[in-house]
Write a protein that binds this ligand. Structure first.
Ligand SMILES: *[C@@H]1O[C@H](CO)[C@@H](O)[C@H](O)[C@H]1NC(C)=O
Ligand SMILES: *[C@@H]1O[C@H](CO)[C@@H](O)[C@H](O)[C@H]1NC(C)=O
Ligand SMILES: *[C@@H]1O[C@H](CO)[C@@H](O)[C@H](O)[C@H]1NC(C)=O
Ligand SMILES: *[C@@H]1O[C@H](CO)[C@@H](O)[C@H](O)[C@H]1NC(C)=O
Ligand SMILES: *[C@@H]1O[C@H](CO)[C@@H](O)[C@H](O)[C@H]1NC(C)=O
Length: 410
């Protein structure tokens, strides 16, 4: 991603003043927002935050991750890794303490020490089969279809552990299918690297199954395996991750926001949809307002309207937008309100989202306008009117018991 010094306003000549940071893709189930920061004291750069949707988290447990890139360097201070995906709540343990029926191909005697009960992570031992060969398996009947997203696995604590395994899924306990990620049929998974450390890992694509079987393929010393699966009952959450999109194309990295502007991007199922907007009551030069939609097909990887024009002072003699009620226009406004959607002050086609103190601007579907009274996008908005281009200034309004400072251009 090109980082440009804020002084350089003319996009045609930014080349020399820009460092290059690897551009970021928005996470699945979350929003990525990038904004340049000023060079007044220290160094110019770009700051990006990725925020998971409500009820989603990064696997680390956090809801927000931040990345910073200084124009003088060419890398993200936090490291080169892509933004991880946000996952839903659907990642609870499915076996431990759930009274599920676990069966095994064989177990070493005494079975109290080596049988399926010993394979619970909450018990100290591990399942140890009677023989060490690649035909051994442990399987669980979850009782009903479940979304399986990942697992926790551990060895026996005494030098034996499973290094590599296959996963098999079944709806009826008779016909089994191996895991395929769309590219590799019968994908193998890495298990443990020592016998004591518990390892948690996630499937690239969740699977739905009633029966799940683990088939060890490689081990240290002998097969010894303790496990739990992570996911949820199929009925309680049937979300998809959407990660597959763009796998066979270049993908869509967030475009560079101009100085005093911001860009936030998310996935809508097929495309990456971004909104670029000017901050501090500025507007895009040569465009009618302060915000613009950018879309990108991950198979093609190009955004419309890039590079973005600079943000400039608005011609105050041109009336703008008439909003009745409060509106939210920048990060600071989110400080006073609860998580949720609000009228965007700059343009009726957009709405503002406050999430954990972070601010995003999102577009309504084409030709629609946001109605904050109904909290939805519609053909006509009862709370915002930009056709008349009239001006209606809202200084302060009550919203949900909190004072909301809305700023309407004008
Ligand atoms: C693997 O097994 C060998 C004995 O076969 C043992 O000496 C070694 O410590 C084990 N490795 C680990 C990492 O536990
Ligand atoms: C989830 O399940 C509900 C009811 O079974 C259904 O209406 C909804 O469309 C499903 N959502 C997805 C993303 O499949
Ligand atoms: C996603 O955005 C693209 C581009 O705006 C649009 O054509 C498509 O219909 C959208 N898909 C969904 C599911 O909203
Ligand atoms: C502002 O807009 C008015 C009306 O369109 C126009 O007459 C005027 O020249 C504009 N001023 C600037 C500085 O662009
Ligand atoms: C602004 O819109 C409201 C209704 O949405 C309307 O009552 C009011 O007259 C409008 N103000 C101007 C200056 O057009």
């Amino acid at each position: 991603m090109d980082i440009c010094l804020p002084l350089v306003y003319i996009l045609a000549v930014v080349g020399a003043a820009c460092a290059r940071c690897p551009a970021l893709e928005p996470p699945v189930n979350g929003v990525l927002k990038c904004q340049q920061f000023d060079a007044e004291e220290f160094d110019a750069g770009l700051r990006c935050t990725a925020t998971c949707y409500p009820d989603h988290r990064f696997v680390s447990g956090e809801r927000v991750v931040e990345r910073t890139c200084l124009a003088s360097s060419d890398q993200w201070l936090e490291g080169p890794d892509p933004i991880p995906d946000c996952v839903g709540r659907c990642r609870q343990g499915l076996i431990d303490g759930q009274g599920k029926v676990v069966t095994v191909s064989s177990s070493l005697t005494p079975t109290e020490l080596h049988g399926p009960q010993a394979a619970l992570l909450s018990s100290p031992g591990a399942w140890v089969p009677a023989r060490d060969d690649i035909l051994q398996y442990i399987q669980v009947d979850l009782g009903s279809p479940h979304t399986v997203r990942g697992w926790r696995v551990r060895g026996d604590g005494g030098g034996s552990y499973v290094k590599l395994f296959r996963l098999l899924f079944s709806q009826d306990g008779v016909t089994w299918t191996s895991y395929s990620d769309g590219r590799v049929e019968d994908k193998f998974f890495t298990g443990n690297f020592d016998s004591k450390t518990e390892v948690t890992d996630w499937l690239p694509k969740p699977q739905t199954a009633r029966y799940v079987r683990v088939n060890p393929l490689s081990w240290n010393r002998t097969i010894a395996f303790s496990w739990d699966l992570l996911g949820c009952s199929y009925n309680s959450e049937n979300e998809t991750t959407g990660r597959e999109q763009g796998r066979d194309g270049p993908g869509c990295k967030a475009p560079l926001p101009p100085p005093s502007g911001a860009v936030n991007c998310e996935r809508n199922g097929t495309h990456v949809v971004c909104t670029a907007y000017c901050l501090e009551n500025l507007v895009f030069s040569k465009l009618p307002g302060p915000a613009i939609d950018l879309t990108c097909d991950p198979k093609i990887g190009l955004f419309s309207h890039t590079p973005l024009p600079p943000c400039v002072e608005r011609n105050t003699s041109v009336p703008f937008v008439n909003i009745s009620g409060p509106c939210v226009q920048e990060e600071g406004d989110c400080f006073y309100v609860q998580n949720g959607d609000y009228q965007y002050c700059g343009d009726c086609h957009y709405f503002s989202t406050c999430s954990e103190g972070y601010f995003f601007v999102r577009p309504c579907p084409e030709h629609l306008q946001y109605d904050s009274r109904l909290a939805l996008c519609d053909y006509h908005s009862s709370t915002c009117n930009s056709k008349q281009r009239a001006v209606h200034k809202v200084a302060r309004a009550q919203h949900g018991g909190r004072v909301l400072t809305g700023r309407v251009a004008g």
